[in-house]
Design a protein around this ligand. Sequence first.
Ligand SMILES: *[C@@H]1O[C@H](CO)[C@@H](O)[C@H](O)[C@H]1NC(C)=O
Length: 261
Amino acid sequence: MKFFVFLAFLIFLNVAEPFALDCDFFETWFDTNLIYGCWSTILRTPSTNTVTSITGVHVIGKSNCDVTYLDIRGNFELPFFPKGIASFFPNVVHLLIGESMIPALYGDELNNFPHLERFLFAANRPLTTIPSRLFEKTPKVTSITIYFTNLQRVGHNLFKPLNISQLQYLILDDNLCVNRRASTQTEIRQLIGDLQELCPYPDENLQLQITSDSIVCRDEKIIIDGLQEELLDKNVRIGFLENELQKMIIKNDELKTKLYE
Ligand SMILES: *[C@@H]1O[C@H](CO)[C@@H](O)[C@H](O)[C@H]1NC(C)=O
């Protein structure tokens, strides 16, 4: 009995532990603009993936709302894309993340960054897939850099929400399926066209689309085949089938399941 009380206490500690993003705030020139940013290193892997507070001392006269540049590279063990950042920094224009161990992007990571123009996701080996929805809520994106990952699949509609005429560069160096960069309109359009062949994502719509708080799938059978065990075992582990071969397990204690059709 004592052991279980102790165990419950440990679990409580784990759940209650906050996730503070520790910022070094700075001002710097980018092109011809003076921008205000946070550079952050997460010293220890947090037990929750949602940022609960920001620490660090602002430059005089500045506040969280002035932050347009956010650099969270160099958190070498970080096993997830931190959630909830936009509730502290709603005006991020430049988002740089990487040198981390984020296993997957589910497509909703950028949803709360409507002002985003530059996205860099780099040196994150475990990444294999970029779903079509990633830029759905960030129509102003003009610069994309994704390099040094195990990327194999790119959603066919990834660039659909963007105005391709406004794309300035697309750097996709040193990924498993693509090692190219483009910086002119012609090159960019060529690369976007070629991606479907280089990094095909067959049956993306049949895959389970998992976000951190929902699971959506058009084909119920896949859910049943793929998730039965995990759903029965509510041990906060949800699995899904990728290409019906590769099974990925994600662990997320906030996960709720939402099944459509
Ligand atoms: C896309 O960008 C071009 C160049 O800036 C602009 O002329 C065009 O109106 C934009 N299209 C849309 C749909 O916003």
